[in-house]
Write a protein that binds this ligand. Structure first.
Ligand code: GDP
Ligand code: MG
Length: 251
């Protein structure tokens, strides 16, 4: 008698929990669908990076085959159904690097469901000591891309490599890692000060990811792969980058 009622109770618990689970999943889906009306579902490749690194030139070269000299661009350039090869099509988007226009890029990263990769164009001739702002920009991007299940693959496209002052891609990658480590430490310190001064203060961190500190930051700990290749838009030497994009787009 006793074991029978235990059995009935167990079955009831099982039934209720599976019912709750199904309910939660379905409502989750409903909310997701309602929200995602304006989301970009196309396979998308994003070109981003600081001002003057060569994003617009790269976009023009890829979409027209020509090297147009550009004025500072204020608008996002978009090529829908852009053919990376005979069989691979993507939405190619190039975002202006200006600080004031950065929210557009960050919104796109939040709203695009199918980002295949992000090409972060860097001027390789810039003195590595001047890469602090570039690292901050990249850090902002990573805080969003790393929220995704598998992150987003990033190509550090080290442009202007035909110049003799250009630094090698691995050096640039390394400097960016060191700069990001400094940002993480700075963030942690300011966080400690805030929590220390007001223990009940709730910090708004809903939108961002915290990276582990203590060790040296390395791109290798991220969910998304970070590659660094040199190239020169001016010399139309972008094969390695295009190859990277094609590989990402087919996956
Ligand atoms: N030397 C050199 N200059 C380049 C190269 N690619 C772009 N530039 C120059 O860099 C400047 C900025 O290019 P732009 O595409 O407008 O940069 P954006 O601000 O990132 O869109 C322009 O003067 C380009 O001519 C390159 O491969 N080598
Ligand atoms: Mg531009």
């Amino acid at each position: 008698m006793f074991s029978n009622s235990v059995l009935v109770a167990l079955i009831l618990v099982l039934l209720t929990s599976s019912f709750l689970l199904i309910l939660q999943r379905n409502t989750g889906k409903l909310i997701w669908n309602a929200k995602s009306g304006s989301k970009n579902r196309q396979p998308t490749l994003i070109i981003a990076g600081p001002c003057g690194s060569g994003k617009t030139c790269l976009y023009n070269l890829m979409t027209t085959g020509k090297l147009k000299t550009t004025v500072t661009s204020q608008e996002t350039s978009i090529a829908d159904n852009f053919k990376l090869s005979q069989s691979v099509q993507v939405r190619l988007m190039a975002f202006p690097g200006h600080l004031k226009l950065r929210s557009k890029l960050l919104d796109e990263i939040k709203d695009s469901i199918n980002i295949k990769g992000l090409v972060f164009v860097i001027d390789a001739t810039v003195d590595p000591k001047q890469l602090t702002k570039t690292a901050e920009f990249l850090f902002h991007i990573l805080q969003l891309t790393e929220r995704r299940k598998d992150g987003v693959d990033i190509l550090l496209a080290c442009n202007k490599s035909e110049m003799f002052t250009a630094r090698p891609p691995l050096k640039i990658r390394e400097v960016l890692e060191q700069e990001i480590e400094k940002i993480i430490i700075r963030k942690q310190k300011s966080l400690e000060t805030v929590t220390h001064s007001n223990k009940n203060h709730e910090l708004e961190q809903e939108d961002t990811v915290d990276f582990e500190t203590g060790n040296n930051f390395s791109f290798n700990i991220l969910e998304g792969n970070v590659d660094a290749f040199e190239g020169s838009v001016l010399k139309k030497d972008i094969d390695k980058w295009e190859c990277w994009m094609r590989e990402r787009a087919v996956n």
